[in-house]
Design a protein around this ligand. Structure first.
Ligand code: SF4
Ligand code: SF4
Length: 286
């Protein structure tokens, strides 16, 4: 049976697409972003066992060479996340489509839709296609919209598979300069820019998301390139500026400065001057 590796499920979110959404965070990512706020969603556990000694309540055990997790013993200390050499989590669950539909049914009266996020949700493409298809075929759930939060690295064949059952896509743009993008994510941005156009042409690009970090990717050159790309899609394209903050971040991004409201306002003013008016800024800076 088709199963997904799920890091966690939020049953209520107002920041992961329109309305109130249930968000399924899938484990595993093909980027290694310096500014990732959930770095423990990047790797997929290889059962090395390095985290066993730091789990004092013995919520983690190794059984037949596989890590098993007992949530009833876990104290949420996150010691296992801190020690994992591949940015994985031993606290993931294997879930099938019915498991997720059952949770969606329980919370359905309060939901506008569901969003798959990550990690990078499209790495588990067969699963999310099956999930969205099942939601649209279920008379009790078919009013829920199905959204994807993605780094955009999926190729055209993958998009042709998932877009027919997708209502909206939020796509991250870390940098327009390919070299800077590779420095920030470990990957080039050609696939992302092509994907944004494919999704836009299908009428399903809900928003571009720009994680702005001071003096890293908020330079005049970068903002101009962002504006040029966005305008090549549409002057009405929705751009959400996310403000880089230090919480949860590991590695070189710990040396960056946090983004404040004044600088986000400057970026907004610059984008507005290019004719882009549909800019969404953070409600708070934490
Ligand atoms: S979560 Fe990380 S440290 Fe723990 S067993 Fe898996 S790969 Fe090893
Ligand atoms: S977060 Fe839970 S599983 Fe991880 S080390 Fe702490 S108690 Fe163990």
């Amino acid at each position: 049976m088709l199963r997904a590796t799920v890091n966690k499920i939020l049953t209520y979110s107002v920041v992961d697409g329109p309305g109130n959404r249930m968000v399924i965070f899938l484990q595993g990512c093909n980027f290694a972003c310096a500014a990732c706020h959930n770095p423990y969603t990047i790797g997929v556990c290889d059962d090395c066992g390095d985290c066993l000694p730091v789990c004092e309540p013995k919520a983690l055990t190794l059984q037949s060479g596989k890590i098993t997790f007992d949530a009833t013993l876990c104290t949420d200390c996150d010691n296992c996340l801190g020690i994992c050499p591949i940015s994985a989590s031993p606290m993931v669950q294997q879930m099938n489509v019915d498991d997720i539909l059952e949770i969606a049914r329980k919370h359905h009266p309060f939901l506008t839709g569901i969003t798959v996020s990550g990690g990078e949700a499209t790495l588990q493409l067969k699963f999310i296609t099956a999930l969205f298809t099942a939601i649209k075929a279920d008379p009790d759930l078919s009013n829920l919209t199905c959204f994807i939060d993605t780094n955009g690295h999926l190729g055209p064949k993958g998009w042709s598979q998932i877009l027919p059952v997708t209502d909206g896509v939020m796509m991250d743009v870390k940098a327009l300069d390919p070299t800077l993008h590779r420095t920030l994510t470990g990957q080039g941005n050609a696939k992302l820019l092509r994907a944004a156009r494919i999704v836009f042409d299908a009428g399903k690009l809900y928003e571009l998301r720009f994680m702005a970090a001071p003096d890293v990717n908020d330079t005049e050159k970068e903002i101009t390139a962002l504006a040029d790309f966005a305008l090549s899609l549409s002057p009405q394209i929705r751009i959400r500026i996310n403000a880089f903050q230090l919480h949860g971040v590991k590695g070189k991004a710990r040396d960056w400065n946090a983004m404040d409201k004044a600088r986000v306002d400057q970026i907004t003013t610059r984008l507005n001057a290019f004719g882009l008016q549909n800019i969404v800024t953070p409600a708070m800076y934490l």
